[in-house]
Write a protein that binds this ligand. Structure first.
Ligand SMILES: [Zn+2]
Length: 129
């Protein structure tokens, strides 16, 4: 948190404040404030879809970021809202892409384990002979 000067009364106020505590003037928190822009898409639905259908860890991360988008937006932290939205999107995509890969890896690992068991069985049979 840094201090900025109120444009109305000139006194120092926190740059996170939405209005001046001294004179009550509405503050624009630096250059971050862009009132004309809409709230970014949070991709929350994609996070949920990713969590339910495919890749739980990435989906949860995506949901966490998606839920932050609205929080940041309400606090006037547009840049952080956009950043959270971008991360929510990224993790939802990673989750969606990772799901089939995880499936393939699990299949390979499973077949390796089964294969290993076959080898172990062969060794045991060798020993018993
Ligand atoms: Zn003021």
């Amino acid at each position: 948190m840094t201090l900025v000067r109120c444009r109305e009364c000139g006194r120092e106020v926190s740059d996170t404040a939405t209005e001046c505590p001294h004179c009550g003037a509405k503050l624009q928190s630096g250059s971050q404030r862009r009132d004309s822009e809409p709230m970014p898409e949070s991709y929350l639905i994609w996070g949920i879809v990713t969590t339910v259908c495919c890749c739980l860890p990435f989906g949860i991360v995506s949901i966490v970021y998606a839920s932050k988008v609205e929080d940041y937006w309400r606090q006037g932290l547009q840049d952080m809202a956009y950043e959270a939205a971008a991360k929510a999107k990224k993790f939802a995509i990673i989750g969606a892409v990772a799901a089939p890969l995880v499936g393939i890896i699990l299949f390979i690992v499973a077949s390796m384990i089964i294969g290993d068991m076959g080898i172990i069985q062969e060794i045991l049979e060798e020993i018993n002979d």
